[in-house]
Write a protein that binds this ligand. Structure first.
Ligand code: AMP
Length: 283
């Protein structure tokens, strides 16, 4: 595996690797890798000829006061994990490389960027769309791999690719979970022993929604109330939102008659966690 930290070298290496018959698959990450990230790499390995990954903790997707400074950085370990998965090229730029002084251009997917996680974290999805477009322009992959875990991010990137006619196929990958259902996340490392136990409430609330939906309930308000009831049993976890929305537009759904995203965000101690499921929306 080659590891490069400049845009020029990475662009040149990707250009040399890309031929008429060779497809580049790209997996952008912020590092502190876990099995969720590695599942994206495994899928990329199966579907592409050349696998490029990036590790960059992107400052523009963190709001002031969020955890940018203390976000876990485990570059050496991450590099070894990616190499073992057969990644061909790892791009690890510094902040100045990606955002030289005076950088002033941002990508905003209007509407979508202010919904879901974008509403809860103003500026977050603009930061995501901006860094992903920059990385796409550097790597110029044919395939991009993203986790369903960050459902609003996936919706924004799919829309950006359509709206800007980027010749990239976006592949959504399922959420990897710990044995007790907690969605894998780099931020799980922040949790104390007790918080780690409580954190399963996000998944438990989604399982309850699935159950209530399975018994025939289709009203979004009832499904949301079912999730909220599970949170009420865990008063030390602060529910931020539970929402039932269209997976593409992130607009609230009143009834689940088409596929619907049930997304939840909550604070466990000082750690903000998210999770979601998609309901099929069959009558
Ligand atoms: P991050 O490093 O948090 O920016 O995540 C990099 C990529 O990994 C994103 O596409 C995430 O959606 C994806 N990802 C993060 N956690 C998981 C998970 N538990 N299962 C599957 N994909 C994930």
């Amino acid at each position: 595996m080659r590891q490069l930290s400049t845009i020029a070298e990475t662009r040149a290496a990707c250009a040399a690797a890309r031929t008429a018959t060779k497809r580049i698959g790209f997996v952008p990450t912020m590092g502190a890798l876990h099995a969720g990230h590695l599942s994206l790499v495994k899928t990329a390995r199966k579907q592409s000829d050349v696998v490029v990954a990036s590790i960059f903790v992107n400052p523009t997707q963190f709001a002031p006061g969020e955890d940018f400074a203390r976000y876990p950085r485990t570059l050496e370990r991450d590099g070894a994990l990616l190499e073992a998965e057969g990644v061909d090229l790892l791009f690890t730029p510094g902040v100045e490389e990606m955002y030289p002084a005076g950088a002033a251009t941002f990508v905003t997917v209007e509407g979508l960027s202010e919904r879901g996680e974008g509403r809860a974290r103003p500026g977050h999805l603009r930061g995501v769309a901006t860094i992903v477009s920059k990385l796409f322009n550097i790597v110029q992959p044919q395939l991009g791999f993203f986790g369903q875990k960050d459902a609003a991010q996936l919706a924004v990137i799919r829309k950006m690719v359509r709206d800007l006619d980027l010749p990239i196929e976006i592949v959504g990958c399922p959420i990897m979970r710990e044995a007790d259902g907690l969605a894998m996340s780099s931020r799980n490392a922040y949790l104390s022993h007790d918080e780690r136990k409580r954190a399963t409430v996000l998944y438990r609330s989604l399982c309850r929604v699935q159950e209530v939906y399975g018994s025939g309930e289709r009203a979004a308000s009832k499904l949301i109330a079912a999730a909220a009831q599970i949170f009420a049993l865990e008063p030390e976890v602060r529910l931020d939102y539970v929402e039932v929305v269209d997976p593409d537009t992130l607009q609230p759904a009143e009834r689940v008659e088409r596929p619907a995203l049930v997304a939840v965000a909550a604070k466990v101690g000082t750690t903000r966690l998210i999770d979601n499921i998609v309901l099929p929306g069959t009558p």
